[in-house]
Ligand binder design. Structure first.
Ligand code: ADE
Length: 234
């Protein structure tokens, strides 16, 4: 079977920040195998102002600079002239909180753009005109959207077919069924008297599956009861 690679275009003033997450381990392998293409675009190259400025003072006054619409518009329009995009995402602390459900949905798309904000954020007209999805990675403020974008990319890329060696392993992750993962063990079966639960050594697969499900439920009730309330995810 042939898979078209997913394509992720990242618009940023700090493309160098977007290099190392894709230069090692699973993400690097996914790129090397041609399962995903990640392209970073230096927003400053789309500025026509001196010193390649991409921000300006707020109308109405107030502290903090705002990213201007012109370079962002030029960059997005250029990308859109080259291919169709399924989603144009803006990383922002006031977006919808990222979760596994959003990652699953994004992993089905062919082309996405991720815009990384800085300073106070972008001119509202960028959001109104271009952005189709706004994502936050949590209720805290980063110095820019790049680290958040790399988290989204990591979460999405590992879901793409062929990226993980064991095709089923992404499906058994924590959160895939709104449950945390059960406890896991490996050798030795007895470490200084701390023993692995007997059932896991029994070879009885159905019993093991039941035990794992019970443990997952118990752990979720203890640590993340909110997941069981069915209020999470889209
Ligand atoms: N940019 C700054 N803080 C962020 C957050 N929490 N999530 C996404 N983008 C951000």
């Amino acid at each position: 079977m042939y898979f078209y690679p997913m394509r992720i275009d990242i618009i940023t003033t700090l493309p160098e920040l977007m290099e190392s997450p894709f230069s090692a381990s699973i993400l690097k392998r996914a790129i090397d195998k041609g399962l995903v293409e990640v392209h970073s675009h230096q927003l400053r190259e789309y500025s026509d102002r001196k010193h390649k400025q991409v921000d300006d003072y707020q109308f109405g006054g107030g502290a903090g600079m705002v990213m201007t619409i012109e370079p962002i518009s030029r960059c997005i329009e250029k990308l859109k002239s080259e291919r169709d995009y399924d989603e144009i995402i803006y990383m922002t602390p006031d977006g919808k909180t990222f979760n596994q459900g959003i990652a699953n949905q994004l992993s089905t798309y062919k082309n996405i753009i991720i815009l990384c904000g800085h300073y106070k954020g972008v001119d509202q007209r960028v959001r109104d005109i271009y952005i189709t999805k706004e994502i936050s990675i949590g209720d805290y403020v980063l110095s820019g959207g790049e680290l958040a974008a790399s988290i989204v990319c990591d979460t999405v890329i590992r879901l793409l077919p062929g990226v993980l060696g064991d095709e089923t392993s992404a499906l058994t992750d924590s959160f895939q069924d709104d449950l945390l993962a059960p406890p896991i063990y490996t050798r030795p079966a007895d470490w200084n008297g701390h023993k692995v639960p007997e059932i896991l050594l029994s070879g009885h697969n159905q019993k093991i599956d039941e035990w794992r499900h019970d443990q997952a439920l118990k752990r979720t009730e203890e640590l993340r009861p909110d997941l069981l309330e069915g209020t999470e995810n889209e």
